[in-house]
Design a protein around this ligand. Structure first.
Ligand code: DGL
Length: 277
């Protein structure tokens, strides 16, 4: 059904947020080939139902497999929370059990016990990620002594998707949610950015946080975890091509994507428009 030859690592997100993960993965492992897919035309995924996030994510993963990827990273918490398990358990065995799809929640959660002293952790994410309870479940499984308090920030992804992350208008929404989160638990000393779009708001988030709170952006942890995974799974690593290239696909206009991705990545990006539904 899918090509059997080696291919790039597929990196998928609803939009631009996954670029924050791609950037860190490429910095750590520049030799591999990468294929980034942003479903910008249908972002944000945050407010969408389980059924819809699963359907969209499945289409994206299938498209990346068809184009030769053997391994796909869901660089999106909403997709990791709502679609990863079903894709791993139901779709992969039916498609091709030798392919892999990995998410971003587990690698992030693994780090928090080491970082938090008060064992009170805050989580910001999309409505979908927060209401799925996926982080709390994973954290409780690994570290039952940690208290997790979540805050959904529905405006944050649209601010990033619309290239408003550094505008004065973004301040209001950043401040509002940080204040609400800390009002729920004032012992929080660690804040997980549980949405790959949020590192693009990092300067504003830091400005509004009291000192002494450590902010966890996922990129570095996901990158390290992937490096470790490839080391432990040479049979997958062998199926990745190594020319140091990166292609960018978007479901929106190529021009729009190229402009914004260039701003976020600080190097020229040429996107290509594709259709996945
Ligand atoms: N960047 C994604 C995440 O990590 C999705 C944001 C959205 O599309 O709402 O959750």
């Amino acid at each position: 059904m899918f090509p059997q030859h080696p291919g790039p690592i597929g990196i998928f997100d609803s939009g631009y947020g996954g670029l924050t993960i791609l950037e860190k993965i490429r910095a750590l492992m520049p030799g591999y080939d990468y294929l980034y897919l942003g479903d910008n035309a249908r972002a944000p995924y945050g407010p969408r139902s389980f059924e819809v996030v699963y359907r969209f994510t499945r289409q994206a993963v299938e498209r990346l497999f068809r184009s030769g990827c053997q391994l796909v990273i869901l660089a999106c918490n909403t997709a990791s929370a709502k679609a990863l398990r079903t894709i791993q358990q139901k779709d992969l065995p039916a498609w091709d059990a030798s392919r892999r799809v990995l998410g971003v929640i587990r690698p992030t959660v693994e780090e928090i016990d080491r970082i938090s002293r008060t064992k009170h952790v805050g989580l910001v994410g999309t409505e979908g990620t927060i209401s799925s309870g996926s982080y709390t479940l994973e954290i409780k499984k690994m570290y039952p002594h940690i208290t997790v308090t979540g805050e959904a920030c529905p405006m944050w992804t649209p601010l990033v998707e619309n290239n408003e992350a550094t505008s004065p208008g973004a301040d209001y929404f950043v401040k509002q949610h940080i204040r609400r989160l800390l009002a729920k638990d004032d012992r929080i000393d660690t804040l997980i950015l549980g949405c790959t779009h949020y590192p693009l708001l990092l300067p504003k988030i830091k400005e509004n946080l009291p000192s002494g709170i450590t902010v966890i952006s996922q990129g570095e942890y996901v990158a390290k975890s992937l490096e470790n995974y490839l080391f432990r799974h040479p049979e997958i690593e062998r199926k990745i091509t190594r020319n140091g290239t990166c292609r960018f696909w978007t479901t929106e206009s190529a021009e729009k994507f190229s402009g914004s991705a260039t701003v976020f990545l600080h190097y020229p990006v040429q996107g290509e428009r594709i259709s996945i539904d």
